[in-house]
Design a protein around this ligand. Structure first.
Ligand SMILES: Nc1ncnc2c1ncn2[C@@H]1O[C@H](COP(=O)(O)OP(=O)(O)OP(=O)(O)O)[C@@H](O)[C@H]1O
Ligand SMILES: [Mg+2]
Length: 371
């Protein structure tokens, strides 16, 4: 019952229409490049934490607990002009902390806030507070006050990978950038999976959870669905839990057994790789039946030696692109193996992608020489 509801929640959030206000303001800079500096500034400037709104306690330097006063100030009382998006969790605002740090503020929907989402919220808070990696969206803190549940995270200026694949800003993401993004994501998820003491399974890897910086570096967002991976010392090999995630990216073995392992992320990553190559969404409901499930369609074409017909029509057909496309599809096929034991680890994926990029760069140079 719970599992069915969770899938329904995931579907709703998956098909939430894009925000019309998105990208309506260019007045903010990408904070990602200076996030650690900003954090230091925040920690060293005690005065900004000293104020109190009377309803919540004062903030300790470096504390992850925000006050309502800070949040209201940062978002100009949740001004609609600060709204940057909408997702399963709620509404996302951009904000400006007193020391100048740009942040994204995720405000949980009140209507759907119940015990169930509360657990998810706590999970996101605990997980985000622990992790720090160049390719993961930085967690700054949270606020739990009366019926408000708010997360404060790093603001990543250039929107989601999905928007870039859709050319929302008019620029086409070239093949080399897509390969770099795949490597960034593989590194971020490897870091989560290999996290000391407590391996972390992301559970919702998808193109709308990958944010891009000014330099087109990828940052993986949203640990709302994260749960601690099996504790190797306890001898457990999986965590039994409710089905969570987004339609089109879900590991079929997890759907069948409810057993979650790091390999569920590897499956979603395989779907993401196909999305990067084809530019299509994992599910394309308007296409003819055999093309609706993008990964299935592309893998079939690949196995029939016809992969080139699936390449995003916006991408150049060059020897280097064609070579890397075949190699990436070879990796996707392994990631999409129906049984998790046949899928590579995320670390292996990162290694394979590194070697593809090395060959790709050499081939690109020789393409240029021949031209
Ligand atoms: N850290 C951030 N920096 C900048 N924009 C963000 C940030 N986080 C989210 N956004 C924007 O807000 C939108 C909604 O994000 P949110 O995470 O709530 O939903 P989602 O990822 O689209 O779906 P789901 O709820 O299933 O994860 C994103 O698509 C993105 O445009
Ligand atoms: Mg998200």
């Amino acid at each position: 019952m719970n599992a069915a509801r969770s899938v329904a929640d995931a579907l709703v959030s998956c098909f939430t229409p894009p925000e019309p206000e998105k990208n309506s303001s260019n007045t903010f800079n990408d904070s990602s490049a200076s996030s650690s500096g900003s954090r230091q500034r925040r920690n060293s400037n005690q005065s900004i934490y000293g104020s109190s709104n009377g309803s919540t306690h004062s903030r300790e330097p470096g504390s992850v607990k925000f006050t309502m006063e800070e949040i209201l100030k940062a978002t100009k009382n949740f001004s609609p002009s600060f709204k940057i998006g909408q997702g399963g969790f709620g509404t996302v605002y951009k904000g400006h902390l007193e020391d100048g740090t740009m942040v994204a503020i995720k405000r949980a929907k009140k209507i759907v806030y119940d015990k169930h989402l509360g657990v998810e919220f706590q999970s996101e808070v605990k997980t985000l507070a622990r992790v720090e990696h160049l390719n993961l969206v930085r967690f700054y803190g949270f606020l739990e006050h009366e019926d408000e549940r708010i997360l404060v995270v790093e603001y990543v200026a250039k929107g989601t990978l999905r928007e870039h694949l859709d050319c929302v800003n008019g620029d086409i993401l070239d093949f080399a950038s897509r390969l770099d993004i795949a490597i960034d994501v593989a590194h971020a998820v490897t870091y989560l999976h290999m996290y000391t003491d407590h391996p972390i399974i992301h559970r919702d890897i998808k193109s709308s959870n990958i944010l891009l910086t000014e330099n087109l570096r990828a940052k993986v967002a949203d640990f709302g669905f994260a749960r601690l991976a099996a504790d190797s010392e306890s001898g457990a090999t999986h965590v039994s839990t409710q089905v969570k995630g987004t339609a089109g990216y879900l590991d079929p073995e997890y759907l069948k057994t409810y057993q979650l392992t790091e390999k569920s992320d590897v499956y979603s990553f395989g779907v993401l790789l196909v999305e990067l190559i084809t530019g299509r969404r994992p599910i394309e409901p308007k296409r003819e039946i055999k093309e609706r499930m993008t990964a299935r369609w592309a893998m079939k074409k690949f196995l029939n030696g016809d992969a080139i017909t699936t390449l995003d029509p916006r991408l150049v057909r060059s020897p280097a692109n064609n070579f890397a496309m075949e190699k990436i599809f070879e990796l996707s096929l392994q990631c999409l193996a129906p049984h998790r034991k046949n899928r590579p680890t995320m670390r292996k994926c990162a290694e394979i992608l590194w070697s593809i990029r090395k060959d790709y760069n050499e081939l690109s140079t020789s393409d240029e020489i021949q031209e």
